[in-house]
Write a protein that binds this ligand. Structure first.
Ligand code: TRP
Length: 331
């Protein structure tokens, strides 16, 4: 059994891309492994230092995790800031993290371009905070996408460095959890690239979206002028619509429109109407569970408190041991 850790920043509602990318895999992982899934609210302050409603954002992700099928009896679901032990490990790791390696990190270089008026130390040390999240549970597996691989590599560097400096074999080397075949890429609705909340208005379908909003977004999805010869290669925008249909519609529906496309008889308006219907059907159980869970204040609080307790128990043990290794002693 592996110890698995994964975090998500509370900067927006979950969309279908999140669901097919990670969430669906978390749901199967929770049955086999010791999983810690947390909401990275400390991390969100590196880009959003004064959020309108931090607690509301955190709560929304927690509710959506539960609605999607994460089980608080199986996995430990918690909020990063509920476990301040993480920040103590972050402090220790920062003492042995070098400015040069932090500055070379790709995500830091991207961020200083994106927010030139707020190049804060939290951005620079984002990788040590993420390493603290992972090492605090002495995790062996981290389910991450390509964009997080460098951070995971740095986590290994920091963990190994700690072991070497204090002459211990304390932190295991966390490896990427590879979903392999299971990973389904979900494109957005604006013609190119993947589904994402920052890719522009209307690009993402959120699990909590109302049917009418879904219909509007789907009907506005980018298409092209249509095929002019049989079996013509599809443009990216059209491939995307077909890919979305593949994940939410019945195989016969997909085949029907594919045949229409290949024989130059397709009407994109008809296809999008069908896609909207199927998309609404697919997301309805999520939306309903989100509403039900969200209105159950007592349940949401109970889950958060339970997660805090479980995560903190393990984190406190790590901090006790790390303090002892470094040489802190109580008087
Ligand atoms: N950096 C991750 C992201 O942006 C979020 C994150 C924070 C995380 N801490 C983590 C992911 C620990 C995995 C493990 O997506």
């Amino acid at each position: 059994m592996e110890t698995v850790v994964s975090g998500i920043r509370p900067t927006g509602n979950l969309h279908l891309g999140n669901y097919f990318g990670a969430l669906r895999n978390f749901i199967s992982m929770q049955n086999e492994h010791n999983c810690y899934f947390f909401i990275a609210d400390y991390h969100s302050l590196t880009t959003h230092p004064t959020p309108q409603d931090l607690h509301g954002n955190v709560r929304q992700i927690l509710v959506e995790y539960l609605a999607a099928g994460l089980d608080p009896e199986k996995a430990t679901l918690y909020v990063q800031s509920d476990v301040p032990e993480v920040s103590e490990l972050y402090l220790f790791l920062n003492m042995n993290a070098y400015i040069g390696e932090l500055e070379r990190c790709t995500s830091f270089k991207d961020k200083i371009r994106q927010q030139q008026n707020n190049i804060n130390a939290g951005l620079l040390t984002y990788p040590t905070l993420m390493a603290a999240d992972i090492l605090i549970h002495r995790a062996t597996k981290v389910p991450v996408g390509k964009d997080q691989e460098q951070h995971l590599e740095m986590t290994r560097t920091f963990g190994n460095r700690f072991n070497r400096m204090y002459n211990v074999e304390y932190f295991p080397e966390p490896q990427a959890f590879n979903f392999g075949q299971e990973l389904v890429k979900i494109p957005g609705l604006n013609g190119s690239g993947k589904m994402g909340k920052s890719e522009g208005e209307g690009n993402a379908i959120f699990l909590a979206d109302e049917p009418e909003d879904i219909r509007k977004k789907v009907m506005k999805a980018v298409t092209d002028a249509g095929p002019t010869e049989p079996n013509q290669a599809k443009t990216e925008a059209i491939q995307n619509i077909f890919q979305l249909m593949k994940v939410v519609s019945a195989p016969e529906t997909y085949d029907f429109f594919n045949e229409k496309y290949n024989t130059c008889q397709i009407r994109y308006g008809d296809m999008k109407k069908q896609l909207a219907v199927d998309m609404i059907q697919f997301t309805t159980p999520f939306r309903e569970r989100i509403k039900a869970i969200s209105s159950d204040e007592a349940y949401v609080s109970k889950v958060a408190r339970m997660g805090k307790e479980k995560a903190q128990e393990n984190a406190a043990k790590t901090i006790r041991e790390v303090r002892e290794i470094i040489g802190f002693k109580a008087f």
